[in-house]
Design a binder for this molecule. Sequence first.
Ligand SMILES: NC(=O)c1ccc[n+]([C@@H]2O[C@H](COP(=O)([O-])OP(=O)(O)OC[C@H]3O[C@@H](n4cnc5c(N)ncnc54)[C@H](OP(=O)(O)O)[C@@H]3O)[C@@H](O)[C@H]2O)c1
Length: 250
Amino acid sequence: MSQVLLVTGAAGGLGRALVKKIEADASASGTRIAVVGRSADKLREAFGDAHLHIVSDVGTHEGAAAAVSACTESLGAPTQFAHCVGNIVLAPAARTTEAQYRDVMRANLDSAFFMLSAVIAAARSANQPAALCFVSTIAAQIGIANHEAVAAAKGGLEAMVRSAAASYAANGIRVNAVAPGLMETPAASKFLSSPALREASAKQYPLGTIGTAEEIADVMHWLLSDSARRVTGQTWTVDGGFTAIKPLVR
Ligand SMILES: NC(=O)c1ccc[n+]([C@@H]2O[C@H](COP(=O)([O-])OP(=O)(O)OC[C@H]3O[C@@H](n4cnc5c(N)ncnc54)[C@H](OP(=O)(O)O)[C@@H]3O)[C@@H](O)[C@H]2O)c1
């Protein structure tokens, strides 16, 4: 079956890394790719003339539905979907404004729900299987100070993934997520803006170093592929051991 991959947040750090990985995978050479972002210029800068460019704000129901319709009309209903949209606002709850909270929920949870709904509707209407992959964060799995809003949004996303996986398993539709720790992309640049900040961040991860978009894209690529055909309803943590282990302090 020839694949149609739809990537949202495609011009961001993780979106670009995932598209690059799929472009380089010979076994995915027949895959047609649609890239979604809010800025035509950013999509052109990231991908040139390659792929179908869809300009849409998927933080709204209409924007998400329009993005999936544009893909379906030009390439067919998505058989693989990667949702790389999100932002990071760090502040304790008492110092998070309503505007910041709404922005975090829109980018991280609303967009995920609206895209889930639109992609599954297209797959059901085409009567075809599909693999969907969302992006959470380790802050949804362990309490990390000053992450209240993003933890709420991504915790909702992880619960949504499990429920949707249950709803559509019988239709051959798999729904999974990855949960990165700090990852070197534009969204994280303010936390990595000096050697001292980088060193302090890297020290928090038992395996050392700061995560890269390519490492997360590797796992997403696998989850979207047929090699992960028995995997659904899961959130795969890729965090250098941050949430699972506590090494001896030397
Ligand atoms: N970087 C990290 O340390 C880290 C850690 C844990 C989880 N994550 C998650 O990883 C995913 C990818 O992020 P990234 O690190 O690649 O960041 P990024 O480079 O900033 O890319 C994020 C993309 O999300 C889109 N976006 C942001 N707010 C949006 C909104 N309100 N509506 C629609 N689109 C919006 C932007 O698309 P436009 O091109 O349209 O502006 C941007 O390209 C996100 O879900 C993020 O929460 C990142």
